[in-house]
Design a protein around this ligand. Structure first.
Ligand code: NAD
Ligand code: LMR
Ligand code: MG
Length: 579
């Protein structure tokens, strides 16, 4: 791989066709000789701008948009016009603009997809067109070197549920983050949405809805569709033409996320962000927090509220790390976890009908709960569990905004000196507790990390503000994915993920100063993901999963040298070139 800055691109487009092609368009930054070669001299105003000047102008235009959603729409249009300018602008204002193109604002853009629609981006594999799936796939990928597929069926978008075809919005946002933070060349990434209908009544009743207006396909018909996808897409096409690509699954429903991951894991480099990315970033934040409390992972009593895709992914990742780092058996490590779902504590007497198979190893025995008050259905509420087990760690991934009430947080703070509290549900309004409140209710003692960005908290007794770490999988997945891609890894193993999480934890500001944030700032996210990619690539080589001719001590050079950057490449007209 080489960066655009170092290699001229040969392009077969001319006139308007190059000006409307977001990959090659430079707008007013086309230099005079390229204007001449591509027939643009009379199509552009005289003055040639630098990318820096274009970014300044675009930032001024953006600033006139008065709501986050309007800014999001503006940036989407900019991306449709000129990738280099889009990524160049966001890179220059990373911390300010990531929340606009990603969580929380992208949730609103997704929910309003059909109304904001201007121009399509990505690949739509729709249930009614399934017989044409192979051709639809080839149309967009033929002859291309694809390194990344980001794929969603939109059943569980962020915490806002089934969003039908609007789910394309999460795959393009995740892809853009791969480019910004992981250096993936955007021309080598494809966002895919599987439109299998929706059960979202608002969408179904909306005559402007642009997806397939049908109830969500489930059961055998869904499995058949996925099977077709597998036969048409993964086996002959992806493996044949893009054998080293990474297949990233995002925001599938709880019943499909883990199943798909397990199914594909041995066949290709696959990654489920909600399970593995979330597990990894939460592990890093927790490693950092136990560094502050000077304890071990094994010493924690961990309460996970919301035992869905993310909740179980986090639990297993933390459990596996305890086994690996503190050297105990899985059964021993499992005892450190208490899971809650909509039916309260996950305990034996709920019966197997309520508890998903995947949760079985974390079911708590009934005799532990004798004498603890229950509701009329025999369920144990969050407050009762907190009072009984005195958790050191409380993690929220329930989509229930405000579920960590004052009473619950104060009870937790009574049982432990430095409560570790991670409200991870997105977007911001679904956070289980506003970190500012948790800070006040714990007298500034809580160690916190949240799924979406929140402002720093004032210390109740003066002193330094507490920076709430953003514990979002975007802080780690671009590096995990890029580390796998650059080494052409045959799979993305658990040890590669743990290596990435450990590297992330080692970069935490709290390591040096216990009053600082538990994770690095998003302003540094590109550097952080580069380091993560290096750790992952080294681990892939150590494990024998890499398929590259170079050695471990060359990893850093390859990782850094292979990263795409938003810089205009030199363009040369060639009738047989790219188009
Ligand atoms: N910070 C991150 O990086 C990150 C990553 C992934 C997911 N998330 C967030 O986590 C949330 C969950 O995502 P998911 O993909 O796991 O969704 P999911 O639907 O698979 O899981 C949500 C779980 O919460 C449970 N739940 C619902 N109401 C509850 C209640 N009152 N009490 C306890 N549990 C309840 C549901 O039954 C379900 O099991 C979302 O808001 C998502 O944005 C954050
Ligand atoms: O998309 C995010 O912001 C993180 C995560 O994947 C989620 O589903 O919330
Ligand atoms: Mg997600």
């Amino acid at each position: 791989m080489s960066t655009p800055a170092t290699r001229a691109l040969r392009v077969a487009l001319h006139g308007d066709t190059i000006l409307t092609h977001p990959r090659f368009n430079k707008g007013t930054a086309f230099p005079a000789h390229e204007r001449k070669a591509f027939g643009l001299t009379g199509r552009l105003p005289f003055r040639v701008n630098t990318l820096e000047e274009q970014c300044r102008r675009a930032y001024d235009q953006l600033s006139t948009r008065d709501t986050p959603l309007r800014k999001n729409t503006f940036l989407q249009s900019l991306k449709d016009q000129n990738w280099t300018l889009y990524y160049g602008l966001i890179s220059r204002h990373l911390k300010e603009l990531i929340p606009i193109i990603y969580t929380p604002t992208q949730a609103d853009a997704i929910a309003n997809y059909s109304h904001l629609f201007r121009r399509s981006e990505g690949m739509f594999l729709s249930f009614p067109n399934q017989d044409n799936m192979e051709e639809d796939f080839l149309e967009q990928t033929r002859g291309r070197d694809i390194q990344l597929f980001v794929c969603s069926d939109a059943e569980a978008i962020l915490g806002i549920g089934d969003q039908g075809v609007g789910g394309i919005g999460i795959t393009v946002a995740k892809s853009a983050i791969y480019t910004l933070l992981g250096g993936i060349d955007p021309s080598k990434a494809v966002s895919v949405t599987l439109d299998v209908g929706t059960d979202n009544e608002d969408l179904l009743n909306d005559d402007l809805y642009v997806g397939w207006p049908n109830g969500r396909v489930r059961g055998k018909a869904y499995d058949k569709f996925i099977d077709k996808l597998r036969r048409a897409f993964l086996q002959p096409l992806v493996r044949k033409y893009h054998p080293h690509s990474l297949l990233h699954f995002e925001d599938f429903g709880v019943n499909n996320a883990k199943r798909l991951l397990d199914y594909y894991r041995d066949q290709h480099a696959v990654f489920n962000d909600d399970v593995q990315g979330t597990g990894a970033v939460t592990l890093s934040a927790l490693m950092s927090a136990v560094g502050v409390t000077k304890s071990r992972l094994l010493d924690q009593r961990i309460l996970v509220y919301g035992a869905g895709t993310a909740g179980l992914g986090i639990t297993k990742q933390l459990r596996d790390a305890i086994v690996q780092i503190d050297n105990v058996s899985e059964a021993e490590a499992n005892k450190r976890f208490w899971l809650h779902d909509r039916y309260g504590l996950v305990k034996q007497s709920l019966g197997i009908n309520k508890i998903r198979d995947a949760l079985q190893e974390f079911v708590r025995p009934d005799d532990e709960w004798e004498g603890v008050p229950t509701n009329e259905k025999g369920e144990i509420g969050l407050f009762e569990t907190v009072r009984k087990i005195k958790p050191t760690v409380l993690i929220g991934c329930s989509t229930q905004g405000g579920a960590f009430t004052e009473k619950i947080i104060r009870e937790m703070a009574r049982g432990v000196d430095r409560p570790i509290i991670f409200p991870l549900s997105n977007p911001s309004r679904l956070a289980e507790v506003n970190p500012k409140d948790a800070n006040d209710w714990t007298d500034g003692k809580a160690l916190m990390a949240s799924g979406s960005p929140f402002p720093p908290c004032k210390h109740p007794h003066g002193g330094k503000d507490y920076i709430v770490a953003e514990c979002n999988n975007a802080l780690i997945y671009p590096g995990l994915g890029y580390g796998a891609m650059i080494t052409q890894a045959r799979s993305l193993s658990d040890s590669m993920i743990i290596a990435g999480a450990r590297r992330l934890a080692s970069l935490s500001p709290a390591l040096k100063d216990p009053d600082s944030a538990l994770l690095p700032d998003f302003a540094d996210a590109r550097m952080v993901n580069t380091e993560i990619a290096i750790a992952v690539a080294e681990q892939a080589i150590d494990e024998g999963l890499a398929d590259i001719p170079w050695k471990r001590d060359e990893v850093r050079d390859h990782v850094m040298g292979g990263m795409w950057e938003p810089v205009y490449p030199e363009l040369v007209y060639d009738k047989d070139g790219l188009h």
